[in-house]
Design a protein. Structure first.
Length: 298
């Protein structure tokens, strides 16, 4: 494929969230970096309110040449929608944005500049994230590391709201085959891991993403998500030296213990302790962290 130099495609998958879609699109069109296009991939089923409402929102952009609107013939999933957007791009860079988040104006310019000034082994870039909860409280991401962070990505210890922060050289994205469409959750973590097996990651020191955080995540099962993630990542884990394989298992087990604290799954927590998968010292530290974050308060 011949890539268009300097062009950035921002891919926005959308499903059942038309109310915030125009905000996401306009945040891309308002970038200080002008050579951008927006590819909206509508993953709603036809003949649903989600599809008709999304079509109504997109009608406002029909005369905007920088906006492409693609409709799936049926609901597939977020991974598939992101891949559809990427297949319809021949830009030098691709970025991804969730339909309920938004970019700050300097994001893309800062990421282009950062990757352009680094060697080619750097193919991925992220920025600082500003998180806004439903109560209006604001916090910022702390992650700023760069370089070879494959193991950190594999253990899910590299956190920067990747779904709306990923900025990737398109040839690198294509080289790994895009997103794994079997993932319905954690697809951003999965694709970052495979990218960082081959490439390095950079940090652009600007506020890039305004992420809107919602409190009701009861529909998400972190145990099931982790089980699937671990099963799919096993071939990558097998490539590690034995000491790192052991460290990987330790980190994943501690994450499961933390989920047990958050969800008050005391039986599962006890099982992790009794089988030695989590040490008592580590378990106490995780419980204290849960108390500090108010997860154990009624």
């Amino acid at each position: 494929m011949e890539y268009i130099d300097s062009l950035v495609s921002v891919i926005i998958p959308t499903y059942k969230r038309p109310d915030s879609l125009d905000r996401a699109i306009n945040s891309v069109l308002s970038q200080t970096y002008s050579n951008v296009e927006v590819i909206v991939v509508d993953d709603n089923n036809p003949d649903t309110d989600g599809r008709s409402l999304t079509e109504a929102i997109m009608s406002a952009f029909v005369d905007e040449p920088r906006v492409k609107y693609i409709k799936h013939e049926k609901n597939k999933n977020g991974s598939a929608a992101r891949n559809t957007g990427a297949r319809n791009s021949n830009a030098k860079y691709v970025a991804f944005l969730d339909d309920d988040d938004e970019f700050y104006p300097e994001k893309i310019a800062a990421q282009v500049k950062r990757l352009e000034e680094l060697p080619e082994e750097y193919a991925v870039c992220y920025t600082t994230v500003v998180y806004e909860k439903e109560d209006g409280s604001i916090s910022e991401s702390k992650e700023k590391r760069e370089g070879d962070l494959f193991f950190d990505a594999l253990t899910r210890e590299l956190s920067f709201q990747a779904g709306s922060n990923l900025f990737i050289r398109k040839d690198a994205f294509d080289s790994i085959g895009g997103f794994d469409e079997t993932f319905k959750r954690s697809q951003d973590k999965e694709v970052v891991t495979r990218l960082l097996q081959k490439y390095k990651i950079a940090y652009a020191p600007v506020k890039g993403v305004h992420a809107h955080i919602y409190s009701d995540h009861s529909f998400v099962d972190p145990f099931q998500i982790t089980e699937y993630y671990v099963s799919k990542m096993q071939p990558l884990v097998d490539t590690l030296p034995l000491d790192l394989q052991k460290k990987y298992k330790k980190v994943i087990n501690q994450q499961l213990f933390y989920y047990s604290v958050v969800r008050k799954r005391w039986g599962y927590m006890l099982k992790l302790l009794l089988t030695g998968r989590v040490s008592p010292v580590a378990g106490i530290a995780i419980i204290v962290r849960g108390i500090k974050r108010k997860y154990l308060k009624k």
